[in-house]
Design a protein around this ligand. Structure first.
Ligand code: FBP
Length: 607
């Protein structure tokens, strides 16, 4: 058995035939028809660009005086009014336009379909150019023409690898000179930036500079991020990539809840990606019903300390133990540390110190040297807190910030910090069960069996981090369609001569409504690297939102009993392929989350 003579030539041939994005699945996925909103369908039923008209909605400026000073040209041109796409054949006749596109920030499923949507809007009379390696490539002039054939090959596939991406912040005069050179040299009529809050901030600033200097190149942003924090009320319910990532994490968390209940011995601590907002964690909790899901925004709102969080988790673990349940799953949002008040203060102090002495600190050889440098610069409370953290965590907190000043929270092992603290607290409780049952007046009458259950508690834990697994997957049908529509929207906006807008689609329950949101209207100011900066506002979980309320109403039951559900793998075809994120359906007051409607299906054929 197993000798070379026994190799099946047919199967060996099939192995090489599936190289280069040609798995059986990828070949089938490429043929998947996509729903297309009516405004993008011509009288002949073919896909074509839409035109835009003003709505009666104007966004409220967060700080009108400052924004007027920073974005005078864009504001006077767009007057901060939201636009809406309308069916109109006239843009079809435009030819000779050159539009370039780049990806920026972390990957999100659907990026390649944005490119396909842009190409479809531009048609064969105009050119779509790709910028390699994100904003850095824009500065370096790394531009190439994208062929229809290449796009047809990556249609409905995951990843950002066709163009690449990076996180360069465009800020300095020198950078603006370089990017203008790229735009002028390539005779660009449009620049489309596919990214999150920081990347769309870049887009807002570039649009202003172009307006100021009379460079006739439209700048359009596209809302991308798995984090789900690029959302604007009912004008833009979510960014593309969120649906795919949360479905992947929900499948895995569902499997863990199932495994926990099967092996009946482990507590699984799962950190879920999402730099700031806990939207991913909330969605995964609604899908899987775990014993515990921490929501950072609630923790900040209630001013809960690290010790309060540990108390809450230990309380749930003990309650379950008393019911004979020694297992469970705990979801922890990646950005949690920045929402715990005392940690937040520590990070803000560190940000200031790193902004001033970052280089010196990074050059110090050992953690001890770094501690000796940093501790005296911190407030006594923060120095004490920092000293109480595990060393690995201290190292992570003093890592250099990214180009936009963000703490690299994906590298901070919050789940391990919690495990360590909870283990300590459980061992304390075993020695002093009265700490759970209370003393004196507040004492709960406990039976000897109950006390014994607490005394004999044991805690076996497993830690996980789910993040990168969900960013580059094959997009769900929703993300594939949504991203394609966003590409169509951006391409149409450029042909229609609009600049300084972010493409948006809303009304996922009734055929899709195509929108353009003025970027400046989304700008707020945030502390970055110790300084106040203008950035696009992140959309966070609010504790009065329907999605949070539904979670909060149910979580006590999920904590006390095993009521988990396992949503299973993503279905790209078939009965569950049209599901929306539950949190989105709740927050948008849709009647059903199981059947999105973004228009009539079309086979995408790029010319
Ligand atoms: P974007 O906001 O750019 O979409 O990135 C989101 C994200 O996936 C975060 O959830 C995460 O903190 C971060 O990227 C991790 O990326 P990196 O490894 O580049 O720091």
């Amino acid at each position: 058995m197993g000798t070379a003579e026994m190799i099946s030539e047919e199967v060996a041939g099939q192995v090489t035939k599936t190289e280069g994005r040609h798995s059986i699945f990828e070949d089938e996925a490429r043929k998947m028809p996509l729903p297309v909103c009516p405004v993008f369908l011509g009288k002949d039923g073919e896909i074509r660009p839409a035109r835009f008209r003003e709505t009666n909605i104007a966004l409220t400026l967060k700080n009108p005086e400052q924004l007027q000073r920073v974005f005078p040209k864009t504001l006077s041109k767009n007057r901060n009014v939201v636009l809406e796409g309308i069916a109109d054949e006239s843009l079809r006749s435009i030819t000779g336009k050159r539009v370039a596109v780049l990806f920026s920030g972390g990957p999100a499923a659907g990026g390649h379909n944005v490119l396909a949507g842009l190409k479809a809007a531009l048609g064969k009379g105009n050119s779509l150019l790709g910028i390699r390696k994100g904003p850095k490539g824009l500065l370096n002039g790394d531009v190439f023409e994208i062929s229809s054939q290449a796009l047809q090959n990556i249609l409905n596939t995951g990843g950002f690898d066709f163009l690449g991406t990076d996180r360069t912040k465009i800020k300095t005069q020198d950078q603006f000179e370089k990017l203008k050179e790229t735009v002028l040299k390539n005779r660009l009529d449009g620049l489309v930036i596919v990214g999150g809050d920081d990347s769309n901030t870049n887009a807002a600033f570039i649009a202003e500079v172009f307006e100021k200097e009379g460079i006739r190149c439209s700048v359009i942003g596209i809302p991308k991020t798995i984090d789900g924090d690029m959302a604007v009320g009912n004008l833009l319910p979510i960014s593309f990539g969120f649906d795919t990532a949360t479905k992947i994490y929900s499948e895995l968390v569902g499997n863990l809840t199932q495994d926990a209940a099967s092996a009946v011995k482990y507590w699984h601590f799962v950190k879920l990606m999402g730099r700031t907002a806990s939207k991913i964690t909330l969605e995964v909790a609604l899908q899987t019903k775990p014993a515990i899901a921490l929501i950072s925004e609630e923790i900040a709102e209630k001013n809960m300390s690290l010790e309060d969080i540990v108390d809450y988790i230990v309380w749930v673990i003990t309650e379950r133990r008393l019911k004979g349940i020694n297992h469970g799953v705990i979801l922890i949002p990646e950005g949690l540390v920045e929402f715990i008040p005392e940690m937040r203060t520590l990070i803000q102090e560190l940000n200031k110190i790193l902004a001033e002495y970052g280089r010196d600190i990074q050059d110090l050889p050992t953690l001890k040297n770094k501690q000796e440098f940093i501790y005296p610069l911190l407030s006594p409370q923060s120095a004490q807190l920092m000293a109480s953290l595990p060393e690995e965590m201290e190292e992570m907190l003093i890592l250099d910030r990214d180009d936009h000043g963000n703490v690299k929270v994906s590298q901070i092992e919050t789940e391990k910090l919690l495990v360590e603290k909870i283990r300590y607290r459980v061992s304390e409780l075993k020695r002093h069960p009265d700490k759970f049952f209370g003393k004196g007046e507040s004492r709960i009458d406990a039976t000897p069996e109950q006390v014994e259950k607490v005394r004999s508690m044991s805690l076996s834990t497993q830690s996980h981090f789910l993040g990168y697994e969900g960013r580059s997957a094959k997009p769900t049908l929703f993300d594939a369609a949504f991203a394609f529509l966003l590409g169509l929207t951006a391409g149409s906006l450029v042909l229609d001569g609009k600049t300084g807008y972010m493409a948006a689609v809303t009304d996922f329950d009734k055929g899709g409504r195509v929108m353009a949101l003025p970027l400046v209207g989304l700008v707020t100011s945030e502390m970055r690297k110790g300084k106040q900066e203008h950035v696009i506002e992140k959309s966070l979980v609010t504790i009065n939102s329907p999605s949070f309320v539904v979670f909060a109403e149910n979580r006590e039951r999920w904590a006390k009993e095993d009521l988990f559900s396992s949503p299973g793998p993503i279905q790209h075809w078939g009965p569950t392929s049209r599901q929306l994120p539950i949190s989105v359906a709740l927050d948008q007051s849709y009647k059903d989350f199981r059947n999105f409607d973004l228009g009539e299906e079309r086979q995408v054929k790029l010319e």
